[in-house]
Design a protein around this ligand. Sequence first.
Ligand SMILES: [Zn+2]
Length: 334
Amino acid sequence: MEKTWEQLQEYQPLVIKTVENSLKKDRVAHAYLFEGSRGTGKKEVGFLLAKSLFCQHPNGHKPCNECTNCRRISSGNHPDVHIIEPDGLSIKKWQIQALQEEFSKTGVESNRKVYLINHADKMTSNAANSLLKFLEEPSSQTVAILLTEQIHRMLNTILSRCQVLTFRPLAPKVIHDQLVAEGISSTIASLVSHTTNNIEEARELSEDAWFGQSRSIVIQLYEVMVTRPTHAFFFVQDQWLPHFKEKEQLSFGLDILLLIYKDLLYIQLGNEEKLIFHDQIASFKQHALQTSTRRVSDQIAAVLEAKRRLYTNMNPHLLMEQLVIKLQEGFKLV
Ligand SMILES: [Zn+2]
């Protein structure tokens, strides 16, 4: 989905500020390296920067997103904006050579040219060396934008020729607000935004029925442990284990459970603006009042310990039973 300047500003305030300043002062670098994990907006900012340089009706330095140039850049059809993606597992030398050849001609519509290399760390060493020569003789009108999720895999000689901009993981609130703006319920958005800081993954999860069921099963297990303790083993066997079948799924279930105990702790500490399970607040408040901060901290530790054991190949059934016993210890509610 197309992002506006303002949206990306919320995603990556520092990056956008830097880009904005260089545009305002007409000091756009010859080469940028955008680094950060997947889903942090690197490609979107790259496209936006390209649009700022080519837009026919910019508002200050912000592209209009509507003119022919903006639209051609969005669809990957602008003759002076080139995008290189890995060819299979790597970016090959011929791809960089083709780019150089293309760029040795004058611009089709102006002298300005922009190229964007996605997953730049996947360049073969031959490709990287070709690119290096290219970066060493920059034409004043050419802007290179390299994107990587793995900056440690980039050649130092390339790094030293780029202005490096770091894309931080998105804050939960940013993800939450974005999902709600896309029509996802706040209940789901609030949990999703605390299980991943990748907006694409967050979007996929929130549309996934399995995720919605996971949320409800974890809340039910918690409720059963508090209100019908003798029923908890049965619930694990009957509902929990059939739903969280794979190790990764079980680990995910435990992550959600952990967030419930964190909510209890936030209530006890008077930090209610941090709550994730807004729709459960009444019962969580009641439980939080009847237990101690110390006890909730122990429960958090017990869930973390279970997560650790999961990866020592412990039997999931046994693991969950032991966890339930620990979580119920000393937690006497009627
Ligand atoms: Zn435009």
